[in-house]
Design a binder for this molecule. Structure first.
Ligand code: NAD
Ligand code: GLY
Length: 349
């Protein structure tokens, strides 16, 4: 079991990573027993709900649970409202705790509710997907979607702790695991060529992968918790990825969208041999590297991106494996970049 410390400006906490974690024992070390609302989706709860509640009860917590249908389509204000109504019915107060047991959808929604319920309460993250472990459970971005855009209603609200049990990844469908790998590859491209190489050569364990990715995220978040500048690099592949996700009405998952975004931008901007490495590592993990959506439609979707200011969109462009730059581009320039990238992806493949 290893810990990574996150020193955000509003809160400091540890991310504990290991196999066979006892959530109750660990949580009691950071919070006195209280009422707990465990939030999960139906798939995760059927696998890990009962054992999680038991471990928390044995540690002295009084447990309640709220379970919603799995999938991005549940990341809505409507589900958040249902959760808050249930919290009032169950007598949850400001000094109690919310627990997110699940992937990024559960974590983002639970975190948002924690940030607004009774003007704010504390929450913890128990990520069960690789994607949530390496990315969404850490750093305090919380949100739900609107019909016309991803993560459009959200808040910055840090958890008080993250407990990542890598044993949970064993039940992940291959594609869901691969989507977490896409976010992990992202850290390699934006920050750490050595990490990229280890993933490329399959020379890293899940535990070490989560730790290295969380270390990178912690460094970036410590510099820019509120996403004013340096943190934008974590969005590499996301502007195009979010457009693909939204246009597909969420039938294409977040990690797949990010994989397409990273592949197209790498093809557009990296030297041929480096672009080929990015495409190969994504294809090895059976991740998609291109999309059938109209380029103009994809570019226009960027207007709904949170990184837009005026007519310009802030995008993250790769310089080499391990380094990216931020650039302001118009929607037309953005369309040209994704056109060039999409054409080159087809040639490289
Ligand atoms: P998810 O939560 O929908 O999980 C994917 C699927 O895996 C779901 O069907 C879920 O039921 C299932 N699942 C979860 N854990 C499982 C397990 N251990 N075994 C078997 N099945 C399991 O999605 P995700 O890919 O974890 O996360 C994507 C979401 O995260 C998106 O909404 C994205 O916007 C968000 N995100 C947020 C941040 C952030 O900083 N807040 C960063 C990246 C992504
Ligand atoms: N996943 C992007 C961020 O946390 O900033």
């Amino acid at each position: 079991m290893k810990k990574v410390h996150v020193a955000a400006s509003t809160k400091e906490y540890d991310v504990t990573v290991g196999s066979g974690l006892d959530y109750g024992v660990l949580l009691k070390e950071v919070h006195a027993p209280c009422k707990l609302m465990v939030v999960s989706d139906d798939t995760v709860f059927s696998l890990y709900g009962e054992e999680t509640l038991k471990s928390l009860r044995e540690a002295g917590f009084e447990t309640f649970h709220f379970v919603f249908e799995h999938g991005e389509k549940s990341k809505t204000l409507e589900v958040a409202e249902k959760l808050m109504i249930r919290m009032i019915e169950d007598g949850i107060t400001k000094t109690d705790l919310l627990v997110a047991l699940g992937g990024g959808v559960v974590g983002d929604l639970t975190g948002l509710v924690a940030s607004i319920f009774l003007r704010g309460m504390e929450f913890v993250q128990f990520p069960t997907t690789l994607l949530a472990a390496v990315d969404s459970s850490v750093g305090g971005k919380t949100a739900v979607d609107l019909p016309n855009g991803k993560n459009m209603v959200g808040a910055f609200h840090q958890p008080i702790a993250v407990f990542c049990d890598t044993d949970k990844f064993r039940t992940l469908p291959e594609q869901t695991y691969a989507e977490g790998m896409a976010e992990s590859i992202k850290y390699g491209i934006i920050y750490d060529a050595g990490l990229f190489e280890k993933i490329e050569k399959n020379e890293i364990t899940d535990e070490d992968l989560v730790i290295r990715c969380v270390e990178i995220k912690a460094e970036v978040v410590a510099k820019d918790e509120f996403d004013k500048g340096p943190r934008h690099i974590l969005n590499f592949g996301h502007t195009l990825g979010h457009a693909v996700e939204t246009l597909s009405r969420y039938t294409i998952g977040h990690g797949q969208g990010v994989a397409i975004g990273m592949a197209v931008l790498s093809a557009a901007k990296l030297p041929g041999s480096e672009a080929k490495r990015v495409l190969s590592v994504l294809l090895d993990r059976k991740l998609p590297v291109k999309t059938e959506f109209e380029l103009h439609e994809l570019a226009l979707q960027a207007r709904a991106d949170k990184k837009r200011h005026g007519d310009l969109i802030k995008v993250v462009l790769p310089v080499s494996v391990g380094e990216v730059v931020l650039k302001d581009v118009s929607v037309d320039e953005w369309e040209e970049i994704i056109r060039e990238g999409t054409e080159k992806v087809s040639k490289i493949m």
